[in-house]
Ligand binder design. Sequence first.
Ligand code: ADP
Length: 662
Amino acid sequence: MNLRRRWAPRARNPERIPVVTTRFAAACWSLRLARVASASVVLLGAVVLTGWMSGSASLIQLLPSWPPMPRNVAASFMLIGIGLLALASRGPRWLVGLCAGLVATVSMLRIAEIVLRVDAGINELLGPSYINVGLVRRGGMSPLAATCFAISAGAMLIAMKQAPHRFAMIMGISGSVVAALGIVAALGFLGGITLAALHTALGLCLLGTGMLALAWRTEGRPAGSPRWLPASAGLAVAMLTAGMWRALVLDGHAPFALLNTVALGGGVLLAPIFALTVYLAQRGHAQAASLRRSEALLAEAQRLSSTGSFSWRVATNMVEYSEQTYRTYDFDPAAPVTLAMIATRIDPDDLHLLEEMIGVARGPGTDLDYEYRLRMADGSVKHLHLVARGTRDRDGLEYIGAIQDVTPRRLAEEALGKVRSELAHVARVSSLGALTASIAHEVNQPLSGILTNAGTCLRMLACDPPNIDGAQETARRTIRDGHRASDVIARLRALFARQPAMTEAVDLNEATREVLALSRSEMQRQRVIVRAELGTDLAQVSGDRVQLQQVILNLLLNAADAMSELDDRPRHLLIRTVGEGDDAARLDVCDVGTGLDSQSMHRLFEAFYTTKAKGMGIGLSVSRSIIERHEGRLWATQNEGAGATFSFRVPAARRLMPMPAH
Ligand code: ADP
């Protein structure tokens, strides 16, 4: 069997490769929320900073009696918001590092100022903390705001270097703490006690929400709930409860008289979160179980169909194999697959296909459809069929595909090819049987020529004086007739013999002339008037000359048979060859016989379909398989008038690949 690259007809151009932007659609909402929250945080900071610059007190403190949001808090909001936005949009890492680093430094210095009770001027970094109009007090980054900024900036700095699940855990826990502290600050505000400015509190809530959403987005596995969820929920509830308690105490309530209220409030807050956690955990378990089951089913289906799957990231050359693909290649499942490892398995004759495939993937990036062989360690050969489709996402082009072990099918095809060639032989012998008289005549003609010439030669030599020139001439004719007879015998032997198929350039006209010569007497015996119109502009075709002659012979004999009962008109048979440009050549055999009705038209090429008493019904089916093996087509049409036309078309020599060997 010939192995060659086969392009799938659906091969598509690179711009039609679908663009995958997110791995899990379910994670989209969280990504959007993270972006919206971080953009809002940036906006909040920008608005308040504008207020400071334009001296507009309403932007800085909302109401005259409320505390202001200082310049450094506004700037920190802007910076941390930009950092979070960059993280959520896969922006440059340096930007995340720069923004979070600045905020972390400022907030840590502010915490140090508070703890050590010193004034290092952090609140005045960006200018005076007063403006002339309406500010009730100095602006300063409150301990709560400083803590929140330190937590979020630190978390971003640490998380950005971690693997996705750690990133999610760090961002999730710190995000929920910041959000809870924001709520606490807002509660404190409601309780009449100023823990931070109201818009600072809301900004912190937004910031925490954005961080949490980003954690969910990264965590976005289809099954399972994040492991950090209970810890983050617990911390958030504890902080909220403590914040509420503190707000009430600062509002004038006796701390211990509030114990019941606090326990009740904490419990009420905790209950839905606890219920949600349990629900998510249960759902996660159920989804994981169903995922495991479908994975097992898929693995079993892959094993049964001998089809494995794989993925290949073109930029990094990262290859992932399914269990079945490991089995097909006989690789150790524990070892990661590399292209070099794959190359060691591929049959050396097919290695160029691998190189070509890599070239295609790195170049135009079209879909892949290849057949190639593996040479296993024990020397056995496997035939594989690979199909893959490319998808582009943020990390570049990735191919996902299937590799099927088609060895049994290939072996069956080879066996079928052998049977077919045996059938072809039977068909050939049976059609030659019908030609016996014609063949005898063909051989007889040169033989009687030899006898006549030999007699003449003897007579000429017996003359006195002997006619040497005449004798030489007749001896030459004897030799010519001898060659003619041996040519006929050689042609016959070629047609009778079962030789393997050969690919050569065949002149279709020449091949047709030979068949006509062999069948001339048979046609005369059947009173068929043969007219040959052999085209002059015919390209040579590539194929097996004897097989093509067998098809022509079969069409001729069938045409003669179809006219055997015809007595009211002459039995005309036209054999015609036509060049179809440089690409192909066509041959038609037209008769004026019984023709084809619509019913027989459908069955003509079926094996063993015959309407003749002594027919075998394999001539046309074998002819069609021969022509198809030449990558051509054989078909029949009913003539306008009487009779039918059988035609075949085969591609010209330079367009053909080498023929399959059977
Ligand atoms: P067989 O000649 O042994 O019957 P073939 O496969 O060569 O087997 O042909 C199958 C059938 O196709 C024939 O029996 C005949 O009915 C039909 N057929 C073939 N050639 C012609 C033709 N030129 N005109 C009409 N019918 C034809």
